[in-house]
Design a protein around this ligand. Sequence first.
Ligand SMILES: [Zn+2]
Ligand SMILES: [Zn+2]
Length: 123
Amino acid sequence: VLRHAEGHLSPTQIFDRARRTLPGLTQPTVYRTLEFLASTGMAWKTNLATGHLVYELAGRKHGHLVCRECGDQIEIEPKVLDAAYRRLESISGYSLDQRHINFSGLCPKCRKRRNTRGGNHAL
Ligand SMILES: [Zn+2]
Ligand SMILES: [Zn+2]
């Protein structure tokens, strides 16, 4: 299911898809399997918003910008991250193995909502 996914999937989505080919599958089995895949590094587990866990197959280098207010997220292209990884490696001497990274913040919509609500920081 992860291999055929076009991005991140929640455990419920994974369960629904896997059940089509494995009718006897139970939800705890799916959770245990996902935890196992994450612990071995075969899958990446991401907290896109509070309490909203998603999984994907490990390997494709990318990152996410995640809104801490509404949970909206956009993907960061590898080439944007590459420059940051290279810079960090050159200033620290570290060899970085992180291929998946999340930045949290406020999305444009939530920023706008805040600004209009408060009135002081109107654009
Ligand atoms: Zn991801
Ligand atoms: Zn937002």
